[in-house]
Design a protein around this ligand. Structure first.
Ligand SMILES: C[S@@+](CC[C@H](N)C(=O)[O-])C[C@H]1O[C@@H](n2cnc3c(N)ncnc32)[C@H](O)[C@@H]1O
Length: 263
């Protein structure tokens, strides 16, 4: 039996997202930068809009806009997340089925994010610069753009990471990596509680951008600063989930991190 749409996005979110934590992270970093709480948020490539819905729960005046081209995750997100908001929260969330390159009807915001590497779909420098410029223009005077990225030599190998979870196993497979262009294909597979494997539930055709390339492009797009973050370490060498801005880091085999770009 194939996965229902509900299962597809439930498995995805349980495996790769923690919307509440991401919102907490962005709000705390924004406060460190500007000494106040951010209110207006745009979630680019929002999928189900989990973060947009978490955002309005964090502050009774907070407002969010989720932008995604695909009606499928938006429809599921309305059931999974939006429908569970209370009547003071619902009017402060908008889902927009639009292209992030040309967002209409959204005022300038304090924070924009592009998470789960979604902007890797822009494979040329010109395209990514255009996107970063539109993000820069969509931010208020005191604005932050958060993006995540991954890297390290392991992430370029044709291997599969396996994460066993309660009632679910998550697989992250690198199916193709071209060292000349950094064009790559990644896929997500799941094994459900009954042991049935669901292959290629999500497939991504991306360019794996490097951190220095992204910082250069962000500055070129008009951001004043682009701070890289790095994750702290547990005693066993694994990540501890705490990210801090830094300019020096250990050369890990595989890592996930953030950049905060300031207007
Ligand atoms: C990797 S998913 C990310 C979902 C969610 N943001 C997350 O963090 O897990 C990428 C999403 O980007 C959307 N997308 C791709 N190109 C887009 C574009 N040009 N404008 C808006 N959304 C786009 C896809 O429909 C998909 O839902």
């Amino acid at each position: 039996m194939t996965l229902t749409l509900e299962q597809k996005y439930d498995y995805y979110e349980r495996s790769v997202q923690n919307a509440e934590n991401e919102v907490k992270f962005m709000r705390s970093q924004y406060k460190k930068f500007y000494g106040r709480n951010p209110l207006f948020f745009r979630e680019d490539f929002c999928g189900t809009g989990a973060m947009s819905c978490a955002w309005v729960k964090a502050d009774k005046e907070a407002v969010s806009y989720g932008v995604d081209l695909d009606p499928e995750p938006i429809a599921i997100g309305q059931i999974r997340h939006f429908s569970k908001l209370n009547k003071t929260q619902k009017p402060r969330v908008s889902y927009l089925q639009q292209n992030v390159l040309n967002v209409k009807g959204v005022p300038q915001v304090d924070v924009i994010c592009a998470f789960n590497f979604s902007y890797y779909i822009f494979k040329s420098r010109k395209q990514l610069l255009t996107y970063f410029k539109t993000v820069r223009k969509s931010l208020k005077k005191q604005g932050v753009f958060f993006l995540d990225l991954f890297g390290g030599p392991e992430s370029q190998k044709l291997i599969t990471d396996v994460k066993p979870m309660e009632g679910l196993t998550y697989y992250w497979e690198c199916q193709h990596f071209n060292p000349l262009s950094h064009e790559c294909t990644f896929a997500i597979h799941f094994k459900d509680a009954k042991g049935k494997k669901h292959k290629n539930v999500f497939t991504y055709h991306w360019r794996m951008w490097t951190l220095p390339e992204l910082r250069d492009l962000l500055i070129e797009a008009g951001f004043s600063k682009a701070y890289p973050y790095w994750e702290g370490e547990e005693e066993d060498g694994g990540g501890d989930g705490n990210f801090e801005p830094t300019e020096e880091a250990e050369n890990c085999d595989a890592w996930v991190s953030y950049i905060a770009a300031l207007t």
